[in-house]
Write a protein that binds this ligand. Structure first.
Ligand code: HEM
Length: 327
């Protein structure tokens, strides 16, 4: 190679490196030029949806958590299965993710595609919708850096063992978060998400029925609460949609009552009780139960971190035209 050719190669290499760098840089105002009404469209969409379907905030927060934990916040959870591919959302644990969460993302994407075609990623939409909905129901605001891209892979087979289940021992739950560099304290703060939303009876029926010993339920429950749950879920086998609020004291408000419930035996899931009964997690439950401000600060920090977990930028991903299918 001659000297001028070498110089040209170096120039081309440096240029493409710089383009890549610029492409992969995240920023809060990423869409300010390419889609100036991005924030307004997001706000309008989530406000309309949350007012007509108040379960949307909790639904979307859980959807986002399940998307991020599995290989990053790349909207792989939104893809529908095809005859050739069973997608993440059809893994058993994800079957209870509510339709309202998917719907709010579809609505936002449709509105954004009309204004600025092929510009805003589904992953950014999901991250911002989650933050805006959490804030709308009283939770803390946090920054969401934008510029995520969407992926082309979504496999149900990858899910098993990577998302926490209420029946898992606390060590296994801690481990799932630790593998993704989330500390025990961050895990406890994120679990404060259970201050909103609900759980289906089958998620905790094993803890309230069929105990041969007295009491006839898991002794971590407050007795009156356990009896109320037994009644509320009595028909759950015939009617699998039966469900109970995660935070019975203030189910629709994002606050710290979830933590205050736990020492009183008013936690709903076995894993909720576990947070108070395990010496590694208990101090943080007590801290957040005492001090809502501390909880909000920790939750906001952990959500900002979760929102960046495993994201794809630049050429490592694409902008999907539809959020539920590869195009
Ligand atoms: C620590 C381990 C966790 C376990 C074992 C767990 C498990 C569960 C289960 C079984 C449900 C009930 C689902 C249903 O019946 O529809 C649920 C609901 C929920 N989870 Fe978790 N979760 C955990 C952590 C988290 C985290 C970290 C977040 C978010 C940052 C979160 C957000 C939610 C929300 C918002 C709901 C209510 C969903 C709705 O109302 O539709 N969870 N969780």
């Amino acid at each position: 190679m001659t000297k001028p050719q070498q110089a040209l190669c170096i120039l081309i290499f440096s240029f493409s490196f710089l383009v890549n760098l610029a492409e992969s840089r995240l920023s809060i105002d990423y869409y300010s030029k390419s889609c100036p009404r991005f924030n307004q469209i997001m706000q309008d969409t989530i406000t309309n949806k949350q007012i007509t379907s108040p379960t949307t905030a909790a639904a979307t927060l859980r959807l986002f958590f399940h998307d991020c934990l599995l290989n990053g916040c790349d909207s792989s959870i939104l893809i529908t299965s095809t005859p050739f591919n069973k997608a993440e959302r059809d893994a058993d644990i994800n079957l209870s993710l509510p339709g309202d969460a998917f719907d709010v993302i579809t609505r936002a994407k449709t509105a954004l595609e009309l204004q600025c075609p092929n510009t805003v990623s589904c992953s950014d939409i999901l991250a911002v919708a989650t933050r805006d909905l959490v804030t709308m129901v009283g939770g803390p605001y946090y920054n969401v850096y934008l510029g995520r891209k969407d992926v082309r892979v979504s496999k149900a087979a990858d899910v098993e063992g990577n998302l926490p289940k209420p029946t898992m021992p606390m060590s296994q739950i801690i481990d799932i978060f630790a593998k993704r560099k989330f500390s025990v304290q961050e895990m406890v703060a994120l679990s404060g998400a259970h201050t909103i939303g609900f759980s289906h009876c089958n998620e905790f029926s094993g803890n309230i029925y069929n105990y041969s010993r007295i009491p006839h339920y898991d002794a971590h429950y407050n007795p009156r609460f356990a009896e109320a749950l037994q009644k509320a879920c009595a028909d759950y086998q015939k009617n699998p949609t039966l469900s109970v609020f995660n935070d019975i004291m203030s189910p629709n408000k994002f606050d710290n009552l979830y933590y205050q419930n736990l020492p009183k035996g008013l936690g709903l899931l076995e894993s909720d009780h576990g947070l108070f009964n395990d010496p590694r997690t208990k101090p943080y439950v007590e801290l957040y139960a005492r001090d809502q401000n501390e909880f909000f600060k920790a939750f906001a920090r952990a959500m900002e971190k979760l929102s960046l977990y495993g994201i794809k930028t630049g050429r490592r991903g694409e902008i999907r035209r539809r959020c539920d299918a590869f195009n």
